[in-house]
Ligand binder design. Sequence first.
Ligand code: IPM
Ligand code: MG
Length: 352
Amino acid sequence: MTFKIAVLPGDGIGPEIIEQAKKVLTAVGAKFNHRFIFTDALVGAAAIDAVGDPFPEETFLLCMESDAVLFGAIGDPKYDNDPKAKVRPEQGLLRMRKQLGLYANIRPVSTFKSLIHKSPLRPDLVDGADFVVIRELTGGIYFGEPRGRSEDLKKAYDTCTYTKEEIERIAKLGFEYAAKRNRRLTVVDKANVLATSRLWRETVQEMAPAYKDIEVDYMFVDNAAMQIIQWPKKFDVILTENMFGDILSDEASVITGSLGLLPSASVGIHTSVFEPIHGSYPQAAGKNIANPIATVLSAAMLLELSLNLKEEARTIRDAVDKSMKAGIVTTDIAEGKAYKTSEVGDWLAENL
Ligand code: IPM
Ligand code: MG
């Protein structure tokens, strides 16, 4: 079959890691008789530099007419250090999520046996940890209105809002994920303080009886932040709102030992987007040293979730496991020789 994939490399190491994922996808295509048509488009700081807009209309239209979107990373230090910049790369990401209706961000956290000693946590705490964070992605404080500054500029405000419908559609996904996994759903909120969190809790409580075989528990976000580090193995599916999910998923990602390993999917109304959870790592840009595995595994998620190519996805994951065992890895996780980004990509493409 033929599939159209929109490719948004973005900033920093984005282009280098995306290149490896394309290589691997092309090799999978050759093996299983699929053709992937890749079309590149601008996003982030690269798009601001080229056309003055971090998510140009052209990029949006390409995403809409594609079967899936493969996304690299966005962000550039020249904007991070300038809080007054009017146009920012991150706005591109947020607009992409909103315009494509990507209300759910799915971040699986699992460990690689061969890397457990790289985790900052004790091996016995980490070995076997396997959970998924489902983060609401188009609501909450990231998008709520009003937001801004008072006229005298001495006050600033953001607003956190959620509607019942927004909570229901993501909670449904949470229950469905739990049903496919170990049937435990942990709802993370701050219901002791926030009205939006109380609506989350109320809504999930109303839905729970329809999913009798799922064990639901509720945890305040501060407590969850602690428990994820203390007992990562106790979690199965974590369901949470936008900003808590942003924070907890970064926290969760260090459990595995390298940020460079974890993929993610953003799904919702229109075309789904697949991207590594790490950022644009500007210090490494152009050096051919960044770990491409998170992006390659995002490509595997793309095959599975958007194109329903499960065996093809498994083939990629198996090749990644093999590469780790064989020590064909980049400097962030290498014990002995460190391989270049492109060498890891080549090896994976040749060893599917
Ligand atoms: C993420 C990132 C983004 C977010 C930033 C870059 C706007 O941290 O995808 O988690 O906060 O959602
Ligand atoms: Mg984040």
